[in-house]
Design a protein around this ligand. Structure first.
Ligand SMILES: *Cc1c(COP(=O)(O)O)cnc(C)c1O
Length: 376
């Protein structure tokens, strides 16, 4: 055990296992990996090379800066990977994309024209993805620009269009009518544009079935063990998570105390003890991404026993009621699981009123990160 008082363990073998599980159902050609936001907080410079060893050849990040870091992290592999930048081609950033061999996801006609002009100046064809907005109203060409591109697709002549893509708004809810509506709309638009590989699926999209697979998919959360279908059904009755858990989150017990009935616990005295209780004070707080909204809501596991968080989560510490445990079962120095080896991530997200994506990306910089190497 490292010297750290609170740590996350990231099992790269499980990330590889999840990639392979998606690969086994994926009917398209390219299973890319979304490693934006530092691979959902898990460390892109370590996670991406592991995915590369599992066979991933294309990666999606959000920003140009993330793309440049990822390119550097992947250089030692000696292989040439495609790195797509979802935020698109910012004004004046053409040179950075070229210097680092990055592919912009072109989100507007203006971006398409700038990239085509750059290709013209260089006398080459430049790689890119064209993003069509079919229902997110977030990024990608809006309807009127798509229409214009369909009427005159000459700006694409200079471009090596690696994919025409779109993004699903409700893929985490397989019964939502918007999935099929977006799919139909996407196919209809793609038919009217010059032929290119197609891509619409994120993690949940891959699970929606082969109609959504096309040539490329771009899963993220499923690789990191989050339930891609967490938007489906009632929050209290989520569908089983098909992915292997990747992340374990632990904190160390600093003190154990017996507290009299009628005493309160923590800031704001939000939890009052009805009986005499034994409490454990554990290293983990909202500064570590253990959100304050988990006050009086989350659970932890001590040697397989579930115990509740009582009182407010503070910046560096959290308090557990361990009265239900046999005495001497939990001593200072012992580590407690907050995301356990068995899928505590989705439950924690529900208790915090959020989704596994937010839990992972908020895990704080102070946490020690321990990686378990993939055996490939
Ligand atoms: C983040 C993102 C993905 C990956 O989504 P997951 O739900 O994590 O699988 C795919 N495509 C786009 C456009 C994204 O922004």
């Amino acid at each position: 055990m490292p010297k750290a008082d609170a740590l996350i363990t990231i099992d790269l073998g499980k990330i590889v296992e999840n990639y392979r599980q998606l690969l086994s159902i994926f009917r398209g050609k390219t299973l890319a990996a979304a490693v934006k936001a530092d691979a959902y907080g898990l460390g892109a410079s370590i996670v991406a090379p592991a995915l590369a060893r599992a066979g991933a050849e294309s990666f999606f990040v959000a920003s140009l800066e993330e793309g440049i870091s990822l390119r550097m992290a992947l250089t030692p592999t000696g292989r040439n990977f495609r790195i797509f930048i979802l935020n698109g081609l910012g004004p004046g950033s053409e040179k950075d994309f070229i210097d680092h061999g990055l592919c912009p996801v072109l989100n507007s006609l203006a971006q398409i024209r700038s990239w085509a002009a750059q290709a013209e100046r260089q006398g080459t064809s430049l790689p890119c993805t064209i993003h069509l907005d079919t229902g997110m109203a977030r990024l990608g060409l809006p309807d009127d620009e798509i229409e214009e591109l369909i009427k005159d697709a000459t700006p694409l002549n200079r471009l090596d269009v690696r994919a025409i893509m779109s993004h699903l708004a409700c893929a985490d809810d397989p019964d939502h009518a918007l999935n099929e509506a977006q799919l139909t709309h996407f196919k209809d638009l793609a038919r009217q544009l010059p032929p290119a590989p197609l891509s619409i699926a994120n993690s949940a999209g891959v699970l929606l079935g082969p109609h959504y697979h096309f040539d490329m998919a771009r899963p993220g959360i499923a690789l990191y063990g989050g339930n891609p279908l967490s938007g489906a059904a009632s929050p209290n009755n989520p569908p089983r998570n098909p992915m292997a858990p990747v992340v374990r989150l632990r904190g160390k017990i600093l003190q154990v105390r017996e507290v009299k009935a009628s005493k309160s616990v923590g800031y704001g005295a939000t939890h009052r003890l009805t009986d005499r209780a034994r409490l454990a004070t554990v290293v983990l707080g909202y500064a570590d991404g253990f959100m304050r909204s988990l006050s009086n809501r989350a659970n932890a596991w001590i040697r397989g026993h579930q115990v509740p968080v009582v009182g407010r989560v503070s910046m560096d510490l959290v308090t557990l009621d361990i009265s239900s445990l046999p005495e001497n079962h939990a001593q200072p120095g012992l580590f407690v699981d907050f995301i356990g080896p068995d899928d505590g991530l989705d439950q924690l997200a529900r208790q915090a009123g959020t989704i596994p994506y937010e839990i992972l990306t908020r895990l704080g910089a102070r946490l020690h990160r321990h990686y378990i190497a993939a055996k490939i």
